[in-house]
Design a protein around this ligand. Sequence first.
Ligand code: PMP
Length: 393
Amino acid sequence: MPPRFDPERGVRASLRGLQPYTPVEPPEAMAASYGVPLDRLVKLDANENPYGPSPRARAALALDYGAHRYPDPDQRRLRDALARRHNVSPETIVAGAGSDEIIDLLFRTYVEEGDRIVIASPTFGMYAFDAGLHGATVVDVPLHDDWSLDADALLAEAARVKAVFIPSPNNPTGRTLPRDLADALLASGALLVLDEAYIEFSHAESLVARAAAGDPLVVLRTFSKWAGLAGLRVGYGVMPQAVAHTLMQVKQPYSVSVAAEVAALASLEDAALLDERACAITGERDRMADAMRATGWLDPAPSEANFLLVRMQSPLVRSLSKGAAEGDTETASDAVVMREALRRRGVFVRVFDHPRLRHHLRISTGTSEDTDRVLAAFIEAGEEIQVRNEAAR
Ligand code: PMP
């Protein structure tokens, strides 16, 4: 008798013990588990765009766009429109089901089991997740305490690895990659994957032109944040033509749905409006940051993205999770205690399972009403925790 299939031992060796990616819950599930009416939910946990799709994108989605046909595997219309937007050749662009797909494609194409890639933590979790999927080793060059990059260490490691993954602005810190460090990384010998998912909310200059011109660089962009299409899953990369050519051969042909394609095309026609919305979002982000600083115990890091990384300061917060020592990973972190107190008030924000982020929350920018709700919820939750701590004394 041939051996019986074993669903556990049959798993690829490099995937056993894989750390799964932590995605966000859908709003319906969150509303149900916290007893909050769906229309009272303030969802600021996934850096989504509070305005949703642009008017032209909504109109395009309401038409008969041919959902019964397969999408164009060569993505001609979308790549042409993106090429015009960035003034590069369509041959340098690959679109995917979110920029997540381009990250996955880069690993599938270029990263072999045992290869090393560099990240600078805390950062977007998808790079390490994909490295795990592909059996690659993650070399972490931690950010400095002010969340700036450790340029010397990064350059030293870059010279020894296959690829370096850096978001600019970074998620969750909101800081951008300095131009001179980008130049140095491009000369390091590694492939630089520069993730510009949040660039529309920053003052940073995009490096798409350099990627298209053939530097060892892939620039990632997405319609999820700027264009409010996170649920449709559409993003893209700009890269040297030879890289794009290979990625197009490796990728699943139909991963960008026809709905995603028409919405993305219509969004590009609404670019001026989407830029205005991005501007409103950064204005709101700054208002939220000022109001938080005024509390005296919420300390947001300067951000060039559509979110804030907020440190909760002592003395209030040191007492949040009583008995939890710095570095203690067993007890709920201050961040988790506060996240729960906010959730009970209908406000959903992100915490991280990272030793340096036990006192931090990441809060996306919503509408000005959302900001008011967040601030009120923080004040109430802070008072509740203080009262509880005094009673326990
Ligand atoms: N890059 C960064 C830095 C992100 O924060 C995100 C989304 N959280 C993504 C990429 C993925 O975006 P998409 O929806 O295009 O897959």
